[in-house]
Design a protein around this ligand. Structure first.
Ligand code: HEM
Length: 417
């Protein structure tokens, strides 16, 4: 299937699904009760993807949307900061539904990103003006999300049907053209490919609690196929690099949200590490990320609270791995190992694309700087800016390899008899 037809296919799937009302709030459920996706506002049709995201807000919010829907053009003409500075301070109280709040979070987040980075890394701002900071803060509080552009905005809530053929497009575009659009769309495809795995998780837990070896084996088979499809979807990847104001040398002191609090705040920027998918699969298979736990658990604070809750509740269920070991069933053993293998393959492929799109270009950029005799200070900062982003100081590659190696630890011991 070509990338175009894949995205078109996705359009068809998204377009033919029924709308169900998703009012996001913390899932109020006892994890020992029946595990069911609905409780976490995760749908059997679209998984973590927001159903039918809105493309417009009530007319009162036109000043926001007039800017948010033209970000690439406004950044290109360098008018964005002055437009935002002239924007009226609007109250967030007329936003009523979950989908309105999600669109507001997406629009204000993308505007904030563009405002901060309009002039590139050398001329960032220290203060986000109150007419943007205050409503953005309020909307974030209501959703239980941080006030920064996150995966749940860029990917989960940022799709629409472009035309009757059901091609897909972004609701809010950022500067970065087709490659950034490609990244968001492919990550959406990965979310979509994971839906069969998500649907199988309740079946696994039901099977484990009733001792239904066969049902668990079948569900794990579906999960392994789904992880394989996630890796295939990744192969359509172009490039993305979202900038942040945490662990970022261009903004060593974070950003002041004017009218919110006087001290600067630090947040990590959008990353697919904020997707709930891999976190769910890790918890299901019993994979522990001791060494890198701080970064990955911080990423959970960048997810919709109900999705974060789902991950926590999966971790509290009886251990699937123990169940598989206790059953001594060859087929069940094999399919468990297959799931782990598929997850390692996904992480290997991911390491591959990160090397292609980040590590190699960063090394090239450093080389160019040396050649141009750029100031020593800048040369020193280059690997921090590109390669050590966000992962708590360790290089991205060693971080990702450790996460991959920790995945291997859950392989079941091979039976020598
Ligand atoms: C060009 C494409 C991609 C690039 C350049 C990229 C880059 C990165 C980077 C730099 C990290 C380290 C943590 C951070 O700084 O945020 C990371 C982590 C991660 N990324 Fe990606 N990523 C890409 C595509 C994807 C896709 C499509 C997914 C699928 C959902 C994904 C899922 C993850 C996950 C789950 C982690 C956490 C580490 C792990 O669990 O293995 N990434 N990515």
């Amino acid at each position: 299937m070509t990338p175009k037809s894949k995205v078109q296919g996705l359009g068809n799937i998204l377009a033919t699904r029924h709308t169900i009302c998703i009012t996001m709030s913390l899932a109020d459920q006892d994890s020992t009760k029946t595990f069911c996706l609905d409780s976490y506002y995760v749908s059997e049709d679209l998984g973590f993807i927001l159903q039918e995201p809105l493309t417009e807000l009530p007319p009162y919010y036109l000043p926001w949307m007039d800017i948010a829907l033209h970000l690439p053009e406004l950044v290109h003409s360098r008018e964005l900061r002055s437009r935002v500075n002239r924007m009226p301070l609007l109250s967030s109280q007329y936003l009523q539904t979950h989908r309105e709040l999600r669109l507001a979070h997406l629009a204000l987040g993308a505007t904030t990103m563009s405002y901060v980075w309009q002039e590139g890394e050398d001329n960032t701002v220290k203060v986000l003006p109150r007419n943007l900071a205050v409503p953005y803060w309020e909307v974030s509080q209501r959703l239980g999300l941080p006030p920064i552009f996150i995966h749940a905005d860029a990917v989960l809530a940022n799709w629409k049907k472009r035309d009757p053929e059901r091609n897909l497009d972004l609701v809010v575009r950022l500067p970065g053209g087709d490659s950034l659009r490609g990244f968001f769309m492919v990550t959406l495809l990965v979310e979509l490919a994971a839906i069969p795995a998500l649907k199988s998780i309740p079946t696994v837990f039901r099977g484990v609690s009733c001792g239904h070896t066969e049902a668990v084996a079948q569900a794990l088979q579906d999960i392994s196929k789904s992880i394989h499809d996630m890796t295939e979807a990744c192969k359509l990847m172009h490039v993305m690099y979202c900038r942040v104001w945490k662990d970022n040398p261009s903004m060593p002191n974070g950003l002041i949200y004017e009218g919110v609090q006087p001290e600067p705040l630090e947040f990590s920027g959008g990353s697919a590490a904020q997707s709930s998918l891999l976190h769910c699969l890790d918890e299901l298979l019993g994979i522990k990320h001791e060494a890198k736990a701080v970064f990955l658990s911080r990423m959970r604070d960048y997810m919709p609270p109900a999705h974060k809750q789902m991950i926590q509740d999966i971790s509290r269920q009886p251990s699937l791995r123990n169940f598989v070991q206790e059953q001594c069933d060859e087929e069940l053993n094999q399919v468990f190992q297959l799931c782990v293998t598929k997850l390692i393959e996904f992480r290997n492929y991911h390491i591959n694309i990160v090397s292609r799109y980040i590590t190699v270009p960063a090394a090239r950029a450093r080389q160019l700087r040396y050649e141009k005799n750029t100031k020593e200070e800048l040369i020193r900062k280059a690997p921090t800016a590109l390669e050590e982003r966000g992962t708590g100081g360790s290089s991205i590659m060693s971080f990702l390899k450790t996460v991959r190696d920790e995945t291997k630890q859950v392989f079941l011991p091979v039976n020598k008899n």
